[in-house]
Design a protein around this ligand. Sequence first.
Ligand SMILES: Nc1ncnc2c1ncn2[C@@H]1O[C@H](COP(=O)(O)OP(=O)(O)OP(=O)(O)O)[C@@H](O)[C@H]1O
Ligand SMILES: [Mg+2]
Length: 378
Amino acid sequence: MEQDIVALTSKAERSAVQTMRGTAVEFRQISKSYGSFEALKDFDLTIRPGEFLTLLGPSGSGKTTTLMLLAGFEFPTSGRVMIGGQDVSKVPSWRRDQGIVFQSYSLFPHMTIKENLAFPLETRGIARKEIALRTQEALRMVKLEQFQERFPGQLSGGQQQRVALARALVADPPLLLMDEPLGALDKNLREEMQIEIKHIQERLRLTVLYVTHDQEEALTMSDRIVVMNEGKIQQVGAPVELYERPRTRFVAEFFGDVNIFLGSVEASEFRADDESFTIPVCTGAPEGSACGAVRPEKIEMHKWGERPAMNDSVEIGGEVVDVIYLGQMSRYTVRTAGQDVVIKCMAAPRTRHFLVGDAVLLSWQADSFVLLEQGATT
Ligand SMILES: Nc1ncnc2c1ncn2[C@@H]1O[C@H](COP(=O)(O)OP(=O)(O)OP(=O)(O)O)[C@@H](O)[C@H]1O
Ligand SMILES: [Mg+2]
């Protein structure tokens, strides 16, 4: 903390803290085709100044394409890209003020770390003294001052990625684009870097467009997440919103384990097709066939006979058929008359330790049941 405050005393960083440096970004009615293939369709999105926004989706969903349009390495087939209120749809990358970090570090192997950082500043014709100052600041930001005379080949993968980040930030851009920057790192280092990147972004008030297909990474880092599939936006929202209130089955299933129940809605009540339960849903929910979701950790599990005293809850009997120990939690599969249900419980309390073959009662509250949009049941 102390160090952070000291690091903030440099001129560039002080001014960054005082003013909102991040710029606004807008994608307006974008479509992008490669030949006859439409990689993005009806793509409308606003990124707020200083916001950390993540594109999340499976392989081929159009994440990199979106980032390339903002970077100016690709251009929209139709629609407009706006940065800070200016139409940049036809502006090439080298004329845009932004930093970019890719999965591959793309550092110059024959230059030292310091020279790698100085390079983008030299090409802009910045004075030597200023270059030395900014290079030192950027190195301090990623905690690599002691490695500045080394060559990239003499650094670990994580350190090289830090250099790539410092190089993206050295010219003081208001906008930072990152495409799977941590994809090549192991889990521990990835988690460490996630937090570091997030801190730097918050400190500098940068606008960030971040690409990942790792849902945990997206949940950890983002102010908002855009879930994409087949070139279209499925849902945009804060992490908690997407996890707790997914609109479609695709989004619900993208964020880890979820139980999906098929059924129908009638008179503000969802009735499971297998008749295992009914549950109230919000008034005005469209009637007819429907689909709902319950997260495994929202389900309580009790030994059969130890009935929980809960109002307004679903109760279903079943038998434990699978137990997976996950450390902090255990993941159980329970066979009910209708379908197998996945439950996750904290491992600690003795009362919640169950074995294969145990007869159990499952229960969950009505507000844990999320009704998914009609037509999105497959
Ligand atoms: N230059 C290109 N020419 C033709 N098709 C392309 C080109 N670039 C991307 N595509 C296609 O556009 C679709 C979206 O690609 P994109 O790279 O944006 O996906 P992505 O979401 O970044 O996937 P990944 O997670 O695998 O990186 C894919 O089907 C891809 O094959
Ligand atoms: Mg990609």
